[in-house]
Design a protein around this ligand. Structure first.
Ligand code: PEP
Ligand code: MG
Length: 883
């Protein structure tokens, strides 16, 4: 027969070594504490499969549970020497929920169960405290009526208020024993009136009612919502823990408290916590009274007067300190603990792994490995890679006030304040004068690069997580909030509006790129500090990592940041970003406006030395490492002027009329440029563009003493033929340069896989390309049929509805896009076993996607410079997890 009840305490531990899946988190840890001899009030756990069964049987208990629960109660009675329902010395129990993972405040609890009209008198006698006994009874009736009987708790609170008013009292603590007794009578009458039946006096009825209520709370609306938000399966069910009550409110030798075995904010190895004398657990949580410090050191640091527990209860404190050490040794992690002292006796009520800041996580992991408590590999597994973001960027001071105007997507982490400006030229001008600016745009285009570079932060009304603004901002390490849809921007009038509020040029704004919040005024920030622990953990991570980590970077400055963060090469250099430099945009436009190949070649000749200098800069920083350079990708119309003034400037520079320019711009205009004349389609139609870029690459490589390993990458390939044509251009150019320079260098030609057809035909494409780099931004866009730039309008709802678990532009859609990646990798390797495989879409910096890349066996991931440490840690964890 299946066992459903597991006893613990008093030397018993039925659930020893059993899982949280079976016993729930709370039950497993209560049993764990009992098994190492810690003082846990005796009790028993009804396992999670019973919750499932309870629902299967139409919210009824199977008959065989009776005997098991009876043996559980007998166990508690045996250990405490009290009897359940005994009028002279009654046993009281708590009934609490406990799912596999903590769902704070979502499910129900009943305390002081076992009190009735007879046992309350016995409790008053044995405790010698009638006030305490009647107060406990009224708390119980109130809680039971609310949680189990589902009666309106407002009626009970009102009765309490009236009782206090009648007496002229202000606080509950002023109520005397008789007052509580009178209130209990009122409460019992209220139950009968509202429920239609008298309050259950039979303690066993009380118990079954409470157990049913805890199981019932698993399906409460709030619990369901919580599970949906936190991706907790609905079929897990909860366990129920029934445990002898202990009381921290039995006078001045009693207390209750919460503690951490190490400081959860800094990670420092020092006990950290609070306690309250003569109080129940809820009093600490509810904040009605200000708790006192646990340790004297903490009290002195805070210059607080009330005695620490170390001072007021030295003997119990010493015992508690021992318990902390035993718990850390047992669980091998920092613990978050609840305890109660009943008349000088310490009881442990709960323990679990404590939540902590990123900084503390790092310090605790490294310290524990140094202490020999965990291995280095375990330390690597302990730190959430995404939490490193907190350490790499400035963050808002949590104590500072925030006046949030609007919320958008958290597109690039970090926090920044500055004055609002509405165009990139102004951003640059103001920044040159030493002002901090926030660039506010409806959306950004490559033309905004200089403004984005000058700005401390970027805010856009449109665009998702892989929109231009988001990608570029992450690369530059600038905080960015994108897709703030309720913001309407009138750039010409230099004003943005949200509801009745206005942001004008010069107004101070603060962005939190980690939450998506936009605030009025300047909010204080905290600068990141990278501790020695960070470096230590990274070295350990690198020791376990299989995949290489590269960076997406175009400029020597970004490449330098990436290298300092440990990048092992460039995985994606988007050459179009180099075309936008103020000094060369005119030549680029001349090239686009040229009527024929001859005209284009004249313009390209002007660009060649500039582009070559770009690569020299990049290759120098990345000396000896692979550098993947992607040939021009975006549609040409992106380079054309938009504003009237720009048309006039270009007209002057090119000798064309404004009208001619506008006609040409209209010709280049595309309705869906993302699927238009871009990527290798540019190279197929105008091979001289790729030829110039290839020449710049090879000349730069030949001119340097330390030769890099250029990997020339062709974007947006769908067919083998496209790559063949482009490879021919590249190889021909390479040979020409080598002949001119009298020197050869090694290089590779490969392709991005960013179209479904390319993934499917990867076997053929690998006959030509020596490497694949998965461009999962475009591959997501084209597989899902969802535009990267417009997705923000509806993707939030899609995630809320569980259609996609996470934004598929942030975390790879493993089921769909992932299958294409797997197919392409398999077919590519079948043709060319040593094919080099990498990923350079934004997913290359996302830990869940990196774990998938490890499974597929990619050779490297490439992420924006500030995400390189995150990728290093995530890649190490993925390797350790796959074994
Ligand atoms: C991609 O599509 O994933 C990619 C890296 O290229 P881009 O973002 O420049 O289109
Ligand atoms: Mg792409």
């Amino acid at each position: 027969m299946t066992q459903y009840v597991y006893r613990f305490g008093g030397g018993v531990s039925d659930g020893k070594g059993l899982s949280k899946e079976l016993l729930g988190g709370k039950g497993a840890n209560l049993d764990g504490m009992a098994s190492i001899g810690l003082p846990v009030p005796p009790g028993f756990t009804i396992s999670t499969p019973m919750c499932t069964r309870y629902y299967e049987e139409g919210e009824k208990f199977p008959p065989e549970l009776n005997a098991e629960v009876a043996s559980g109660i007998a166990h508690i009675e045996g250990v405490t020497g009290k009897k359940f329902g005994d009028a002279s010395d009654p046993l009281l129990v708590s009934v609490r929920s406990g799912a596999r993972v903590s769902m704070p405040g979502m499910m129900d609890t009943v305390l002081n169960l076992g009190l009735n009209d007879a046992t309350v008198v016995g409790l008053a006698t044995v405790s010698g405290d009638a006030r305490f006994a009647w107060d406990s009874y009224r708390r119980f009736v109130q809680m039971y009526a609310d949680v189990v009987l589902g009666l309106d708790h407002g009626a009970f609170e009102e009765a309490l208020e009236i009782a206090k008013e009648d007496k002229g009292y202000y606080l509950d603590t002023e109520m005397e024993s008789e007052d509580w007794q009178a209130l209990v009578a009122k409460y019992l009458a209220l139950v009968e009136e509202l429920w239609g039946k008298p309050f259950p006096q039979d303690v066993h009825d009380q118990l079954w009612g409470a157990v049913g209520a805890v199981f019932g709370s698993w399906q409460s609306e709030r619990a369901k919502v919580y599970r949906r938000i936190n991706s907790i399966p609905h079929d897990w069910g909860t366990a129920v823990n029934v445990q002898a009550m202990v009381f921290g409110n039995m006078g001045d030798t009693s207390a209750t408290g919460v503690a951490f075995t190490r400081d959860p904010a800094t990670g420092e190895r020092a006990y950290y916590g609070e306690y309250l004398i003569n109080a129940q657990g809820e009093d600490v949580v509810a904040g009605i009274r200000t708790p006192q410090y646990l340790t004297t050191a903490a009290r002195e640091r805070a210059k607080a007067k009330p005695l620490s527990m170390q001072e007021s209860m030295p003997v119990v404190y010493a015992e508690l300190a021992k318990v902390f050490d035993l718990l850390e040794a047992h669980y091998r992690d920092m613990q978050d603990i609840e305890f109660t002292v009943e008349r000088g006796k310490l009881w442990m009520l709960q323990t679990r792994s404590g939540k902590r800041t990123a900084k503390a996580a790092l310090k605790i992991a490294v310290d524990m490995a140094a202490e020999g408590l965990i291995t280095k590999d375990e330390a690597v597994m302990r730190v959430d890679p995404s939490a490193l973001d907190q350490l790499l960027h400035p963050t808002l001071d949590p104590k500072a006030k925030r006046d949030v105007i609007v919320k958008g997507l958290p597109a690039s982490p970090g926090a920044a304040s500055g004055i609002a400006v509405f165009d990139s030229d102004t951003a640059e001008k103001r920044a040159d004068k030493g002002q901090s600016v926030i660039l506010v745009r409806t959306e950004t285009s490559p033309e905004d690069i200089h403004g984005m570079h000058a700005a401390k932060g970027i805010l856009t009304a449109r665009g998702g997580m892989t929109s231009h603004a988001a990608v570029v901002a992450r690369g530059m390490g600038r905080p960015c909030v994108s897709g703030a849809g309720s913001l309407s921007i009138d750039a010409a009038a230099k004003v943005a509006r949200v509801g009745s509020r206005e942001i004008r040029e010069g107004d101070m704004l603060t962005l939190d790129g980690s939450t998506g919040e936009v605030m009025a005024g300047e909010v204080a920030t905290i600068q990141p500090e990278l501790s020695g622990d960070f470096g230590t953990l990274m070295v350990w991570a690198d020791g376990s990592r299989r995949m290489k980590v590269r960076a997406n970077a175009e400029t020597p400055a970004d490449a330098k940041v990436a290298r300092d963060f440990g990048a092992e090469g460039i995985g994606l250099c988007r050459t179009e970003h180099m075309f936008f430099d103020a000094g060369r945009i005119t030549a680029v436009r001349e090239m686009i406006l040229a009527e024929d190949e001859k005209g284009r070649r004249v313009a390209l000749a002007k660009l060649l030395p500039e582009q070559r200098a770009d690569f020299v800069g990049l290759f120098e920083v990345m000396a000896g490492l692979p550098v993947t350079i992607r040939l021009l990708d975006p549609p040409l119309h992106e380079f054309m002027p938009h504003a009237e003034a720009d048309f006039e400037d270009v007209a002057k520079a090119t000798g064309l009329t404004v009208d001619m320019l506008k006609r040409r711009a209209a010709e280049l205009h595309e309705f869906n440029p993302m699927l238009g004349h871009r990527g290798c389609r540019l190279g197929v139609t105008y091979p001289e563009i790729y030829e110039m870029q290839a020449r710049a690459i090879f000349e730069a490589a030949c001119d340097l003493a330390v030769s890099p390993i250029p990997e020339v990458m062709v974007p947006l390939v769908a067919t083998k033929r496209e790559l063949e044509l482009m490879k021919a251009v590249i190889d021909r150019t390479a040979e020409a340069v080598f002949a001119e320079r009298g020197k050869r260098i090694d290089y590779l030609v490969g392709t991005m896989i960013e179209l479904p057809r390319a993934a499917l035909k990867a076997g053929e494409i690998a006959e030509v390309g020596a490497f694949f780099s998965f461009g999962t931004n475009d591959l997501t866009q084209t597989t899902l049929g969802v535009s990267r730039d417009d997705a923000a309008r509806f993707l939030g709802v899609y995630v809320d509805q569980g259609i996609y678990e996470r934004d598929p532009f942030v975390s790879l859609d493993i089921d769909g896009v992932g299958e294409l990646v797997q197919i392409a990798a398999d077919r590519g390797r079948a043709t060319r076993p040593d094919i080099k495989l990498g990923i350079c879409g934004e997913h290359g910096g996302d830990p869940a996607s990196i774990a998938f890349c490890e499974k597929v066996g990619l050779d490297y991931v490439s992420a924006s410079p500030y995400r390189v440490p995150i990728a290093r840690l995530a890649a190490a964890q993925a390797a350790l997890a796959t074994g």
